[in-house]
Ligand binder design. Sequence first.
Ligand code: IVH
Length: 791
Amino acid sequence: MTAQRIRTLTDTLNRYAHEYYTLDAPSVPDAEYDRLYRELEALEAAHPELRLPESPTRRVGGAMLAGFDTVVHAVPMLSLNNAFSPQDDSGAFDHAEMRAFDERVGKDLGLAQVVYCSEPKFDGLAVSLLYQHGVLVQAATRGDGASGEDVTDNLKTVRNVPLQLQGGHLPELIEVRGEVLMLKADFAALNRRQEAAGQKPFANPRNAAAGSLRQLDSKITAQRKLHFFAYGIARQQGGKVAETHIDELAYLGGLGFSLPEGRFAVCKGIEAVLAFYERLAAERASLPYEIDGVVVKVNSLAQQQQLGFVSRAPRWAVAHKFPAEEALTVVEAIDVQVGRTGAVTPVARLQPVFVGGVTVTNATLHNQDEVSRKDVRVGDTVVVRRAGDVIPEVVRILPERRPMLEIPGADLFSGSLSPQSPPFRLPENCPVCGSAVVREENEAVARCSGGMLCAAQRAQGLIHFAARKAMDIDGLGQKQIEALVAQDLVHGFADLYRLDIATLQQIKDGGQDDSGKPKPQKWAQNILDGIAASRTPPLARLLFALGIRHVGESTAKQLAAAFGSLALLRQAPQPLLACLPDIGGVVAASIADYFRQPAQSALLDDLLAAGVQPQEGPPSPRLAQYFAPEQWLARLPGIKLSEKRAAELWVLAGCSMDGLLQDEALPAAWQQWRTQTEHAALLRDIARFLALLPEAADHTAAAGASDSPPAPLAGKTVVLTGTLPSLKRDEAAALIEAAGGKVSGSVSKKTDYVVAGEAAGSKLDKAQALGVGILDEAGLLALLNGERHSG
Ligand code: IVH
């Protein structure tokens, strides 16, 4: 029967959508979903009267509206009182307002310790969703709190809003409150599309969400990716009755709503609340959605009732706001800075302004195109943004506040106004060394062409070299390095290792005693000690420290793990480097170029000669596998071979390098390619390198057997979730990496272990579903100690 089939298809597709969008754990391939969806579409087209209100086909949007109907909220949508926690210059929070809130609540309830539930304060729009018999029948905006607008068609297009509630214990009626928002990634993509289409970009995800939700044409809403998080129940008939807010959230999760996984928690007492706040504040910038604080709610619903409301806000909840990430200030000047790679970056010098928890005086303007696009000029009032630890940036200017000059005219009416400052242009020469500033085609950044001749590039290169994550030279900071470079006491990396007390003291006044002789000072000795202690870094750190373009920390670790020694890596030709997982052609070329440039090679040799000796090990046993002939043949420059064709070519050549170089019966395109001398030379380089491998493996294996312990997690992928009892997340990650493992952010079939702590969320569920090994902290430590994991 058609009606029956439509019912089944609707239910099934809604369940699949829930698994896909909310649980992030699809149970069927996309093609199967599409097949059923098309069947339902066809049946509905033939029998429009049988189309159900919860049909997934309604997610594409409905008819265009003339205006929104008004919805009177059965339970008013209230607001929250705010509490702020200002920070001092060191970033420490002053939580006086929150302590006062807790004290008042404790007093009113007659409790020494109140149990709260803390959750994110989403920076989106409040909506109310009404379900009858499990089906979404109405969605309304908050409006003035008493009545809002009917946006049912629009809400139906939001993929993670259940059109039909899931699970067993369904209420007859339930009104769910929550927030509609746009994920940061979807916002960025939308703005890219807006700009490509010549339309005005949205100022922030919140505005984009608001603009998308209030579309009279729900087909437009359907194209904008919105997201819904539930945070409460306004009223309910039937179904499970919760006693606490956290149970209410859990119930909503079971009905099919998305919750901010891992980011809501029961907090016993105010200290736990404040710790939660500080943790979330630190995570804020890396969350996929914008939040502007933490909402703290008394957990017990009975206690909530007891506390009640005052004017338009509950007395049992508070919005504990984060410091604003955006503020207004004035551009005092625009300077340019020269970075390690020569990148010439325009920087706005600002009137000091408190934003994102610190006082900001500089903000990056990125590059010429960005300055031009935003038309930032000296004197402009601008919005600056500082999110998390990222560099503050100028978001936009306020054109109406631009200082203008009056150009007098001949008479009273012909005078005109023109901006006081001209548009900004990058200089044509490096402000530090005077070399030409060049900008390559298709590149947004302009660079100083001075290379190591430019003192700014040298200083930045050395600052990077000495940094904590690189050579980790204690005591040698930006200031000291800039002074050493400015006085030409240090040129290359190696010069650091030749410094002595007397030289070092030249960078600081007061380094001499009364007799005029330099007096050994503690700070100088500390730097020398720091330098001496950095002589034997792990290879990965040295590689990162060199500042090879495109080689960040993780690529450096990968290279070190693959090649084991600097000597071997230095000889690796580009196509082989490109065979390593996660290393693409551009990165491989940059590495190979670096080691082949005579100037760089000389610097590196000099560094080794000055006594720097990285800790090395054997090449990875997987290297031979990465360097299978079809792999590197498919990555040769100037000829495009698929892996399949490459494998065929290898066989045709008799599985030999000589064959590749000389066989006259090989395909013409190949013979053509190898006639070029640099191509033939590259093949010989590869052959020479591959011949080195067995010896390198033997040599270092023999050495490694005695002094380097086996890596217990070699080749294993581990996912961390939840809070571990004693290890912080980055500590656990460091231990895993040190043991040869890789830490990944998401669980898949390739995951070897999931280490789950308290409040582990969907990752743990997924691990269980996929049968991935699950460990607690103790299990992880046992594994790191080389004990076998059983189970
Ligand atoms: S509960 C009676 N929880 O904050 C209080 N509100 O000022 C009901 N908001 O516009 C609100 N995240 O949209 C609550 N986790 C959260 C929230 C949240 C954001 C918004 C809400 C409302 C405003 C209240």
